[in-house]
Design a protein around this ligand. Structure first.
Ligand code: PLP
Length: 434
């Protein structure tokens, strides 16, 4: 039978939520950190601090963190070398009235590592990079429409094309056209339906399904045959699959690419990189803001990438991610759940996927998984955002915990589904692609 009580105190989280209710609409700064993304009543809402692969909530419960700040923390929380680089920069100032040499140094480094990068500009959030790339593509082609596949951030041009489009003008919404991944026919049809109107195709080169053989190269060819640019959104794949991003991993070079998240181990930094012929248009296209080039984040990125190169972090992400993915899939197999659940994706970034009829209640299953993981001291949305700090011991602790978690999932499956086993409101979708 499902238990109905958690051993952890969540009192301080609840008290802080009450305070937040009065002054913070939505209770969090990011939907993925707020109430929609966590099972009600059993989840902490506020974090006190973090170190390595661990995070402590405000009630002093410790968790192994698989959310890792929504992806940026690639080396582990509060990494000493990155912290030192930031501290040194803090001593020397962070926001200047002229450019800082670190901007040039980091641009040179990205040009060395990333195939499409001949020139680079920096932003703060991933949305800065994707929106800057869209504006640049529109300026370069003189076209207004954009074809997109995946998630690309909070700005009008993208979020207007999803179910969470309140506040985005209809005229803007009409300019962004969604297309399904791995479906060349659909993309051909889009170009034919909008001849000479599409400025660019922007897509996440991979999420949890691998590209079909030749898919990314064909997308590039199709774009170019229609005079459109290809933009890779590498906000998640960058500095995770490969130091040169998914474009290095898959061997397909886009015209422009957007980076964010992992490049500065948790400091706010993003980048647009691309072919010089396009990037030089930023001399006229407006991509300009007060904190562009802010020096502490640039210092963090130089330190982060330095550690990643020196210690071959990417290889560690692959091997630890694979150990987690394979271990979790073995447990699923041992419990006879293979028809219902699997861990999908490439090893450094995997997700719990519900299969067959269970896919229809995926959010409820992921909620049960989250709830039971919390009981085992694991903070998760049902993904493995693996970091360098997730060493073999963390992996083995996680897999031990999963034996208990998936045993509850098996019990729920036999007992009619996840609903009766949930002790609070399940997670909800933040938005749907439309
Ligand atoms: C693929 C992708 N692109 C863009 C973004 C937007 O980045 P940000 O939230 O930093 O603006 C995200 C954020 O999750 C993302 O996953």
């Amino acid at each position: 039978m499902p238990s109905n009580k958690t051993a952890r105190s969540l009192e301080r989280s609840a008290a802080m939520r009450d305070r937040a209710r009065r002054v913070v609409p939505g209770l969090a700064q990011t939907f993925s950190k707020g109430p929609l993304s966590f099972v009600g009543g059993v989840s902490p809402s506020f974090v006190s601090h973090a170190s390595g692969a661990h995070v402590w909530d405000v009630d002093d419960n410790r968790y192994i963190d698989y959310i890792m700040g929504l992806g940026p923390v690639i080396l582990g929380h509060a990494h000493a070398e990155v912290n030192q680089a930031v501290a040194t920069q803090l001593e020397r100032g962070t926001a200047f009235s002229l450019s800082h040499p670190g901007e040039v140094e980091l641009s040179e480094l990205l040009c060395e590592l990333i195939p499409c990068a001949e020139m680079v500009r920096f932003g703060k959030n991933g949305s800065d990079a994707t929106s800057g790339a869209i504006r640049l593509a529109r300026a370069c082609t003189g076209r207004d429409k954009v074809a997109r596949c995946g998630y690309h951030g909070w700005q009008d041009w993208y979020i207007g094309s999803t179910s969470r489009h309140k506040g985005v003008p209809e005229a803007v919404r009409a300019l962004t056209l969604g297309f399904p991944y791995n479906d060349m026919d659909a993309l051909h049809a889009l170009f034919h339906a909008h001849p000479d109107e599409i400025a660019c195709v922007i897509l996440e080169p991979v999420t949890f399904d691998e590209p079909a053989a030749g898919y990314l190269a064909e997308v590039r060819e199709l774009c170019h045959s229609h005079g459109a640019l290809l933009v890779f959104d590498e906000v998640i794949t960058g500095f995770r699959l490969h130091l040169g991003g998914a474009q290095s991993y898959f061997g397909v070079t886009p015209d422009l690419a957007c980076f964010g998240k992992a490049m500065a181990n948790g400091l706010p930094l993003s980048a647009i990189a691309g072919a010089a012929g396009y990037m030089r248009r930023f001399e006229e296209v407006f991509f300009s803001f007060t904190f562009g080039g802010e020096a502490a984040s640039i210092a963090a990125a130089l330190a982060t990438i330095g550690v990643m190169r020196r210690e071959n972090v990417i290889e560690a992400l692959w091997s630890r991610g694979a150990a987690l993915q394979q271990g979790a899939n073995e447990i699923i197999g041992e419990l006879g759940l293979r028809e219902h659940f699997t861990w999908a994706g490439l090893a450094p970034w995997t997700t719990l996927r519900c299969l067959g009829p269970e896919a229809a209640r995926s959010l409820e299953w992921r909620s049960l998984f989250q709830q039971e993981c919390l009981e085992q001291g694991i903070l998760t949305h049902g993904n493995h955002m693996v970091s360098y700090a997730h060493g073999p011991e963390i992996v083995s602790t996680t897999l031990n915990a999963y034996r208990t978690v998936f045993a509850v999932m098996a019990e729920a499956l036999a007992g009619g589904g996840p609903g009766p086993f949930l002790r609070g409101a399940p997670m909800q979708a933040v938005m749907r692609q439309s």
